[in-house]
Design a protein around this ligand. Structure first.
Ligand code: NAD
Length: 353
């Protein structure tokens, strides 16, 4: 065995109702003027957190947006300065967490995060800002939240269809890390436990959206998947997803959901032991088919043609995927990627290509 594992400075509280501990936790950290961040959709939740904080709230900025546009960051920066905030409290999904991270980097401002979706961004040191239509992503430990409070009650308002897509996106982070070429053994432990928790909880959420144990299990699984993404590595699967997102503008979570079973089947021959461990975590015999069937159970898409991809896009997608080398267990060739995409386009069950 030969590896290097460098943990990130995580500081996590997980409990139903834990958001109510926010004023006391802020006090312990020595902060007294928090700017609460939210998207327009979750302005009410943001306002609830402002009320909870009482005199420890500096105000609410409810204009967080997907991919952290530069103008949004500039407006939030102005608010931090105008209000004299000494920390941020992000309440929301990956977009809101992302704004808190960008402010942490630019202003050296401590960020506290209350995640409400399964993006897992709070567990990574990845952050991005989009200016002039270009999203620039970096890794910096200063953006890792000073404190993350997971309160599963905050996820009860997540509509089941978004929970399914967001949950399968988390699943992809975990599976791709466990199955990567130079998979880190410690990140893999986190990833496999994340896969287990997500596979168990997501179908329960669809069947019974108010099931608190299922909501907590999915949030826990998403946290572990984020931890694996934060300290691990990726391969063909992420290359494929970036190709479709970047070149054809397909929806992020749905693209992951459709392609994941196929990229697992692609690598299964080269990583039989890992693929078996993923199958075990999913409680199925075959990892790729298990993921395909799970997407079906959740009512998530299983075909590229259903998420805006056209047959004539496939040749270009295969070419873009192999433009730069990919660190992947199986050699990545244009012909084999094209065959994978043909299966994924029609929503056929995954098969080695
Ligand atoms: P999002 O944060 O954009 O949320 C989508 C919508 O759902 C928003 O309007 C949000 O307010 C709403 N929402 C979230 N939780 C809700 C809840 N509990 N109830 C009701 N509405 C709710 O989407 P996302 O999928 O959470 O995050 C996607 C973004 O995060 C992307 O920009 C992605 O690049 C980024 N991301 C970053 C990392 C990282 O490590 N830096 C990891 C994963 C995702």
């Amino acid at each position: 065995m030969n590896f290097h594992y460098k943990a990130l400075p995580w500081n996590i509280i997980f409990a139903a109702g834990a958001r109510k501990r926010l004023p006391e936790e802020l006090e312990k950290l020595g902060y007294s003027r928090a700017l609460v961040l939210a998207t327009p959709n979750q302005a009410d939740t943001g306002q609830e957190i402002v009320s909870l904080l009482g005199d420890k709230a500096a105000g609410l900025f409810d204009r967080a947006m997907m991919h952290v546009p530069g103008e949004t960051l500039d407006q939030a920066t102005a608010e931090v300065k105008r209000l004299g905030a000494d920390c941020t409290v992000s309440v929301g999904g990956g977009s809101t967490t992302g704004l808190g991270k960008a402010l942490a980097f630019h202003l050296d401002l401590p960020n506290i995060v209350l995640p409400t979706s399964y993006a897992g961004s709070e567990m990574t040191n990845l952050w991005a800002v989009t200016r002039n239509n270009r999203k620039v992503t970096r890794r910096d430990n200063v953006v890792v939240p000073t404190l993350t409070i997971y309160d599963p009650e905050l996820t009860l308002t997540l509509p089941p269809a978004f929970a399914a897509a967001s949950g399968m996106n988390a699943m992809a982070q975990a599976v791709a890390n466990a199955a990567a070429e130079d998979a880190n053994p410690i990140s893999s432990v986190l990833a496999l436990e994340g896969i287990r928790a997500l596979a168990h909880s997501l179908p329960l959420i669809i069947a019974e959206p108010g099931n608190m144990d299922a909501r907590a299990g999915a949030l826990y699984g998403a946290s572990l998947a984020g931890a694996a993404l934060g300290t691990g590595t990726t391969g063909l699967h992420h290359r494929l997803c970036h190709t479709f997102g970047g070149t054809f503008n397909t929806p992020h979570a749905e693209t992951h959901t459709v392609l994941l079973p196929h990229s697992v089947a692609y690598n299964a021959g080269a990583r039989p032991e890992t693929t078996h461990r993923i199958a075990e975590a999913l409680s199925v015999n075959d990892a790729a088919n298990g993921l395909f069937e799970l997407a079906g159970t959740l009512g998530a898409p299983t075909a590229l043609k259903d998420i805006g991809v056209k047959q004539e896009d496939l040749d270009e997608a295969a070419a873009v995927t192999v433009e730069k080398p990919v660190n992947n267990p199986e050699p990545v060739t244009r012909e084999r990627v094209r065959a994978l995409l043909e299966n994924a386009f029609h929503g056929k069950p995954p098969a080695p290509v």
